[in-house]
Design a protein around this ligand. Structure first.
Ligand code: ZN
Ligand code: ZN
Length: 139
């Protein structure tokens, strides 16, 4: 009765979710893929991408898109701000008051009905500032 192929994909979804939580600091799909591979050697990158897509759609994960091309994933789905390093692309949470959007009226938002907010600051992380890489990129 309950033997649909859905079962298998939800098991993989769980593995993807676990990997995001274990990696903890806003990992990219590639990082998540490598982590999932450790316990599921047969899993493919496209499976990981597909499951990440479903998890984002269902609100279990947030996709953080900064100025770079890579998407980072966050299991903390509460309203919070991020900062991304311009040099290495690392994403971290930032201790900054989240932008209040729940009370925003369509008149304030070009007629849009606002249902979310995504704020990503940019800067240089402490590691890049310390390394030569950061200095070179300064000029
Ligand atoms: Zn950096
Ligand atoms: Zn975050």
């Amino acid at each position: 009765m309950n033997k649909k192929p859905v079962r298998r994909s939800s098991k993989q979804r769980e593995a993807v979710m676990c990997a995001v939580e274990e990696l903890n600091d806003h990992p990219t799909a590639d990082m998540i893929f490598l982590k999932v591979r450790q316990s599921n050697p047969s899993v493919s990158l496209s499976t990981v991408y597909r499951n990440l897509g479903v998890l984002v759609e269902e609100g279990d994960l947030i996709a953080v898109k900064g100025p770079g091309s890579e998407v980072h994933y966050d299991y903390n789905v509460s309203n919070h701000c991020h900062i991304q390093c311009r040099i290495c692309g690392k994403v971290s949470d930032i201790d900054f008051k989240p932008v209040e959007y729940v009370s925003m009226l369509p008149e304030q938002a070009s007629g849009f009905h606002v249902d979310g907010v995504s704020v990503t600051f940019t800067g240089k992380c402490s590691q890049c500032l310390k390394s030569k890489k950061g200095v070179i990129n300064e000029y």
